[in-house]
Design a protein around this ligand. Structure first.
Ligand SMILES: [Zn+2]
Length: 244
């Protein structure tokens, strides 16, 4: 019966052992996710800055154009007084009309660009004020992942030491069998017999196996899934005795 309680003790540690290993294995992904998140945030800032520069260049070009058109209109209107004939007068009127339309078009475009600049300015101010705190947050997040992983590693090392101390009570071939089954049976190695069936795969057990289990002392395994079997009713009194 001794080997069985050692197996059960090992199995009791198995869930935590697997969880710790999975958490440690997931650490590089966590770091990458955090870095990606931070880089996306920075890229958004750079994109917004270049958008603002584009808008600003458009604003300058439009303002320049509007000034030129205003000057031209002023000159054209001055020329009106010196017009000699009707043909010249009509031509000048058309020119003024054309320039006025063009100026008005530029002014509406300028309004739209100023609107975009204002929006872009608000967005950038938000990024800029949050930039230092975002960098700090990123560093804090990376530290937290590293600290958490270090703790998982420490816990796992302790758990492995505990396991080794427990496993030391088993003969080598039993340890080997346990490790092999733990790997292939997702950590569920030792199972109770339930109503004559294997508690792992639920296949009905042969009467000879059940009888040997009742007799006790031998390591019995399920023919179907190879897990190590025990009768709960045989385990219970000894566990009670050990506690008392
Ligand atoms: Zn089975």
């Amino acid at each position: 019966m001794e080997f069985l309680s050692v197996f059960l003790a090992l199995q009791g540690l198995e869930t935590r052992r697997r969880a710790l290993r999975a958490s440690i294995a997931a650490a590089p992904q966590k770091v990458k996710a955090e870095q990606d998140r931070f880089h996306r945030e920075q890229a958004a800032y750079v994109e917004e800055s270049s958008r603002r520069q584009e808008h600003d260049a458009k604003r300058l070009a439009l303002e320049e154009k509007i000034t030129q058109l205003a000057e031209r209109l002023k000159k054209d209107k001055e020329r009106m007084t010196g017009v000699q004939n009707n043909v010249e007068y009509q031509a000048l009127l058309r020119e003024i009309d054309h320039a006025e339309r063009e100026k008005s078009d530029c002014e509406s475009k300028l309004l739209a660009v100023l609107q975009s600049l204002e929006e872009s300015g608000v967005a950038l101010a938000k990024y800029q004020s949050g930039f230092d705190s975002a960098t700090l947050e990123h560093e804090t997040n990376l530290h937290a992942i590293a600290a958490e992983t270090a703790q998982f590693e420490k816990d796992l090392a302790q758990l492995e030491a505990d396991r080794a101390a427990i496993a030391a009570e088993l003969p080598h071939e039993h340890i080997h069998l346990y490790e092999k089954l733990a790997g292939s049976r997702a950590g569920l190695v030792v199972v109770a017999v339930q109503a004559g069936c294997c508690g792992g795969c639920h296949v009905k057990l042969r009467p000879a196996i059940l009888s040997q289990l009742r007799h006790g002392g031998e390591l019995m395994r399920c023919d179907s899934c190879s897990r190590i079997l025990y009768l709960p009713e045989r385990l219970a009194p000894s566990a009670a005795k050990a506690e008392g």
